[in-house]
Design a protein around this ligand. Sequence first.
Ligand SMILES: NC(=O)C1=CN([C@@H]2O[C@H](COP(=O)(O)OP(=O)(O)OC[C@H]3O[C@@H](n4cnc5c(N)ncnc54)[C@H](O)[C@@H]3O)[C@@H](O)[C@H]2O)C=CC1
Ligand SMILES: CC(=O)[C@](C)(O)C(=O)O
Ligand SMILES: [Mg+2]
Ligand SMILES: [Mg+2]
Length: 347
Amino acid sequence: MATINFGGVEEQVVTREEFPLEKAREVLANETIAVIGYGVQGPGQSLNMRDNGFNVIVGQRKGKTYDKAVADGWVPGETLFEIGEALEKGTIICFLLSDAAQIELWPTVKAALVPGKSLYFSHGFGITYKEKTGIVPPADVDVFLVAPKGSGTSLRRLFVEGKGLNSSFAVYQDASGNARTKAIAMGIGVGSGYLFETDFYKEVTSDLTGERGTLMGAIQGIFAAQYDVLRANGHSPSEAFNETVEELTQSLMPLVAENGMDWMYANCSTTAQRGALDWWKPFRDASKPVFEQLYNSVKSQEQAEISITRNSQPDYREKLEVELAELRESEMWQAGKAVRSLRPERS
Ligand SMILES: NC(=O)C1=CN([C@@H]2O[C@H](COP(=O)(O)OP(=O)(O)OC[C@H]3O[C@@H](n4cnc5c(N)ncnc54)[C@H](O)[C@@H]3O)[C@@H](O)[C@H]2O)C=CC1
Ligand SMILES: CC(=O)[C@](C)(O)C(=O)O
Ligand SMILES: [Mg+2]
Ligand SMILES: [Mg+2]
């Protein structure tokens, strides 16, 4: 573990230097890694591990996603199987169905978990909310997680570009005495940048907060609020979208990603800097109560309950699509579509 000072707080993290890919390959040399589910994380993690030289198979039910797996180079009967067969062949079972679907498949997975196998998650959800999910693994298997901090789509794209997302890892059950090393090896195998340690509860609690907050929920909320105010005051959709979203994603966020907020500020006008420095605190103060409400709703398991109930309905995909279409068809995102089509690299 390397000790890194994160803003004055020292933390132990695992880097690729101290745990190189060759070591990860050695640790998992005798394992058959079965990736169950080929939705978003499934492809990213399985393809990265395959390209990294691990022994990987995919278990996916027949249908559109199964065909996608074939198109990605997984060979039926060799590296691609129905879920039951993959569960039988795998020694590390990567449970990468959606969190709600994991509940339904759990009895099947549990039956395949003979002593000596490992159960791998990419979220603390199933285990933390075990009273709701019924996911209680047998005592004689290792149970750990590696949670890439980003979409499986980005995990794959960055890997192909020679970059990597950071991931957290956690051990819930160490039956073999080697669970932690296996977890880290899996983390390196899926293409993580560095790995930081957590536990299942902290992973799910921070993750549910982040995705409902600044990463996805809050960002759309704040975009919509500013866009609406600009439009209500007579600004065109094009002007409102550029001033709300396009400039942020194309110009300013890459600067934040590169070198932090003050660096982005420093590359803007003194007029902008004066205003931003004066206004960020009112925005923080206005939104903090909502973040506190959100955190409490995660902590009380209300968010888990909602997620399970809503995503277990037979028509949840159709309903999600209706809500996504509402976003897509809103004036702001339709304006965005037009703006994107005019980016110089697209014309
Ligand atoms: N989407 C992402 O990028 C991230 C996901 N995670 C976690 O990774 C895990 C997997 O999530 P996603 O990749 O988003 O999953 P997903 O929602 O894309 O679904 C994965 C697969 O589940 C299969 N499936 C659904 N219901 C099924 C059922 N009843 N029986 C058999 N197969 C079924 C689908 O065919 C699909 O291949 C979850 O624990 C999630 O929280 C963690 C980090 C990011
Ligand atoms: C991409 C990710 O890490 C999220 C937002 O937590 C998720 O998809 O669940
Ligand atoms: Mg996440
Ligand atoms: Mg998440």
